[in-house]
Design a protein around this ligand. Structure first.
Ligand SMILES: Nc1nc2c(c(=O)[nH]1)N[C@H]1C(S)=C(S)[C@@H](COP(=O)(O)OP(=O)(O)OC[C@H]3O[C@@H](n4cnc5c(=O)[nH]c(N)nc54)[C@H](O)[C@@H]3O)O[C@H]1N2
Ligand SMILES: Nc1nc2c(c(=O)[nH]1)N[C@H]1C(S)=C(S)[C@@H](COP(=O)(O)OP(=O)(O)OC[C@H]3O[C@@H](n4cnc5c(=O)[nH]c(N)nc54)[C@H](O)[C@@H]3O)O[C@H]1N2
Ligand code: SF4
Ligand SMILES: [Mo]
Length: 745
């Protein structure tokens, strides 16, 4: 059986990485406890941080030498997110500081958008200019015409600025391009969402079912470590994926489902569990609403029925349903995270939630625990003004079940339509590379072209900064304070991020930028503290700590105040749904005019000679943000296109051969991508890692490396329930005559 260390090492290699040096730092260098002690011996000083390379936010230590040079980042042993060990990307965070392509001066556009011409500006000039443009848009069209797109810690300060201005058009891609459907489905079913980190009790589970969640390539640290522990403890892993993922390699069962048919498989599992009385009768009777309706709804959804749709053998469907039932309630049908796939995603995630409910896993050890966070007081400020035009008003009556603003609604509202002017007129973009993040790049660019004004706050020259009117350079997370990390977990805890050294060049932290703008816009009352660290100290003193203490320990954990993270036997529980019960039959969906129980609807098939484009993560990169990071580029410098040998043979493709891609709408990829011939992918699909194919030439290493999945995603299937952008209904074919393509472009 694999040990934890083996698992992680294997997982890193699964996608073609070499577990070699990481610019001198070893992958998962810090072992269980050893790394930190080893580090102490050679390092001159260490400061606490939490990682910003992805949103798991592991807490760690930044080690600097006597000259102040950043040498190494290691995990904080006290941290529940990391258990003292960072993933390769977190360790490689050092490369973000040293990236010579970094933004270090404010920039102002000198020619029209589309042309890459900027001049350097002083902070005074850049901030005055932004304030003036912001005022002009707010006065002419109302504050609701200002939209903020944000992803990452500093988004909080711009959010406060926007609320102070009276706008709620504030969206993160982590909703409508990521977990929105799952959160909506779980809220509809259990009255709460799985959270981030998720409340999955993987370490104690006896059966983990992964539907596309590719843990091991998706390197969400705690989940990778807990899954490895669960495997060591004999848990059964069932992976449903058209691709033989790293997780599939660790699984007792791999179900290579035909893409876009997961709902049929889930319904067949529900059928098996209900009709064989495998469900947790006591739990369902006490807590659930709608069993009888569900039972008649799934009557016809037998494994044989699903076989014709999913290509999964009916016996295998039966056997895996039994495995889940045997493990019940210590079983997790994983809710996933990036779930915006086919437009019926909320309904697919409803099926996932229903399965978990039937097996009694919500609130049970080895299933889902209840999260607890530390409440941090916020410094008193005047009430935010009333929002007169809300993001919901751009699309009246739609997406009422979305509990966060929908980024693509804001993009759409920026484009004039016959009979109406654009409703959004200016964008602030903090820490999100929209042209690669929101599907249909040309649509996003069209929206940008219609704006009065766009400002990007970033650390790197990226596609989004290339489109901005003003670019504000933020220093990296290694050079700044940010708000305390207070994400709920098994126990309430907080983590501090502080600068390990001075910001490079003229780069500045986002808090400073947002406050400077607030001063210029008459909103200073919302930014009481000149320096963020003063606010942190105020907050920390209120919860019985201090900045001084946190600088020494980095992470502080409290005991739970809400009792056990699991339901007690027979405990009375009221769920936050209309019926107060776990809703197998969803009254909230029904009230909004949607199916109260999930159904399977067929999706279009690829045309002749085309293959479904699916995508995912590589362990050593995060989206597009790390592709120019020298340490991580060393580990993986481009993405490849996974092609089944049968298809490769038909097309005469060989391993390593560069091909261009063309999608169903005749969009050609900007750059070629190398073919990787492998049995690990079904013949009807091709696969690539997201985040490559950069167009911005300022990205010294990443420019032109590999292809962009986003560019090929022009068919966006919007989820009618919550507005998420389904991205996997796109088909590509190969353009093998590279010369033809190059001559044509
Ligand atoms: N085609 C396709 N689209 C996707 C996905 C996919 O798999 N395929 N995944 C979706 C998912 S799950 C998500 S969550 C989103 C992620 O979407 P994004 O968060 O937009 O992803 P990135 O491409 O990493 O862009 C991050 C941007 O933030 C900048 N940045 C990094 N650190 C900092 C910082 O400290 N401060 C500032 N100011 N900027 C910083 C980076 O330079 C980069 O420009 O993408 C979604 N879109
Ligand atoms: N290393 C690394 N880790 C990350 C990130 C990163 O950028 N880098 N990003 C983080 C973020 S924000 C997110 S949201 C998560 C996303 O991570 P997950 O939630 O795990 O991602 P998904 O995109 O849902 O899953 C991708 C998998 O779905 C499979 N798949 C494709 N089509 C289908 C289908 O029709 N059915 C089924 N069953 N499977 C299918 C693909 O083959 C692939 O293995 O990862 C997180 N972890
Ligand atoms: S999982 Fe890796 S990249 Fe994400 S926060 Fe943790 S160490 Fe950083
Ligand atoms: Mo995500």
């Amino acid at each position: 059986m694999a040990t934890r260390r083996q698992f992680i090492r294997i997982s890193a290699m699964g996608a073609g990485a070499v577990a070699a040096g990481l610019g001198g730092y070893k992958l998962f260098a810090s072992g269980v406890n050893g790394g930190e002690n080893a580090a102490k011996a050679v390092m001159a000083s260490r400061t606490p941080t939490y990682c910003e390379i992805c949103f798991w936010k592991c807490a760690g230590w930044v080690h600097t030498d006597e000259t102040g040079r950043i040498k190494k980042i290691t995990g904080n042993d006290e941290d529940q997110h990391s258990s003292g060990r960072l993933c390769p990307r977190g360790t490689g965070g050092v490369g973000m500081y040293y990236d010579e392509a970094r933004l270090t001066r404010p920039l102002i556009r000198t020619e029209e958008r589309g042309a890459q011409s900027f001049r350097e500006a002083t902070w005074e000039e850049a901030l005055d200019y932004i304030a003036e443009k912001t005022k002009a848009v707010a006065e002419k069209y109302g504050a609701g015409s200002l939209a903020l797109f944000n992803h990452g810690s500093g988004g909080k300060y711009f959010t406060d600025l926007f609320k102070a201005l009276g706008s709620d058009s504030i969206a993160a891609p982590s909703f409508a391009q990521c977990r929105g459907p799952r959160d909506t489905a779980f809220i509809a079913t259990f009255g709460e969402q799985p959270g981030s980190p998720e409340n999955t009790d993987i370490r104690d589970t006896r059966c983990l079912v992964l539907i596309g969640s590719h843990i091991g390539e998706n390197m969400h640290n705690g989940q990778v470590q807990e899954m490895s522990d669960a495997i060591d403890n004999g848990a059964t892993i069932i992976t449903v994926d058209p691709r033989f993922s790293t997780a599939a390699g660790k699984s007792k069962y791999w179900l290579p489902v035909k893409p876009a048919t997961d709902i049929a498989l889930l319904l067949a599992w529900i059928h098996e569990i209900v009709y064989n009385n495998y469900y947790d009768r006591q739990y369902v009777e006490k807590y659930c609403y709608g069993l009888e309706e569900l039972k008649s709804h799934v009557a016809g959804f037998t494994p044989e029925w699903a076989y014709g749709i999913t290509t999964i053998n009916p016996n295998l469907i039966r056997e895996t349903a039994r495995e889940m039932a045997n493990a019940s309630p210590s079983v997790i049908i994983h809710p996933g995270r990036h779930v915006t796939w086919y437009g019926d995603d909320t309904q697919r995630l409803r099926a996932v939630a229903i399965l978990n409910a039937l097996l009694g896993s919500w609130g049970r050890r080895g299933g889902f625990f209840s999260l607890e966070g530390k409440d941090l007081p916020s410094y008193p400020h005047p009430e935010f003004p009333k929002v007169t035009k809300s993001w919901r008003d751009w699309n009246p009556g739609k997406y009422n079940l979305a509990d966060s603003p929908v980024s693509n609604v804001l993009v759409d509202a920026s484009i004039p339509e016959p009979g109406r002017d654009a409703m959004i007129k200016a964008w602030f973009v903090y820490g999100t590379n929209l042209p690669l993040t929101i599907p249909d790049t040309e649509h996003t660019i069209k929206a940008i072209q219609n704006l009065d004004f766009i400002v990007a706050i970033d650390t790197m020259p990226m596609e989004i900064t290339g489109w901005a009117d003003v670019v504000l350079p933020e220093c990296t997370y290694l050079e700044r304070y940010d708000v305390l990390r207070a994400s709920p977990h098994r126990k309430p805890a907080i983590a501090l991020r502080m600068p390990a050294r001075e910001p490079l060049g003229e780069s500045k932290p986002a808090y400073w930028m947002a406050r400077e703008l607030a001063l210029r816009l008459g909103k200073q009352d919302y930014f009481h503290f000149e320096k963020l660290e003063e606010m942190l100290d105020w907050q920390l003193l209120k919860v019985g700590s201090s900045l001084e203490e946190m600088k020494k320990i980095g992470v502080k954990t409290w005991e739970r105040e809400t009792g056990s993270p699991y339901f007690a036997d027979g405990e009375d529980i009221e769920f936050n749904t209309n019926t107060g019960k776990i809703e197998l039959y969803s009254t909230s969906l029904e009230n909004e005019g949607f199916d109260p129980m999930p159904s399977y609807t067929p999706h279009p098939e690829p045309p002749e000679g085309y293959y479904r484009l699916i995508y995912g993560r590589a362990p050593m990169h995060t989206f597009s943000r790390t592709s120019n990071n020298a340490n991580l580029f060393d580990l993986m410098d481009e993405n490849t296109l996974w092609v089944n040998p049968r298809v490769a043979k038909e097309w005469g493709l060989s391993n390593g051969q560069p091909v261009y891609l063309k999608n169903q709408d005749d969009i050609l990829s900007d750059f070629p991508i190398k073919v990787r011939v492998t049995e690990r992918i079904r013949w009807d699909s091709v696969y690539m890692v997201h985040g490559f194919g950069h167009r911005d030439k300022k990205l010294t290493r990443a420019y032109g490396r590999g292809a962009s999945d986003t560019q090929m995603i022009t068919n966006v299937i919007v989820d009618p329930v919550m507005g998420g952008t389904g991205m996997r209904g796109n088909f590509v074919t190969f353009i093998t005559d590279i010369k033809d393509k190059e001559a044509a472009s």
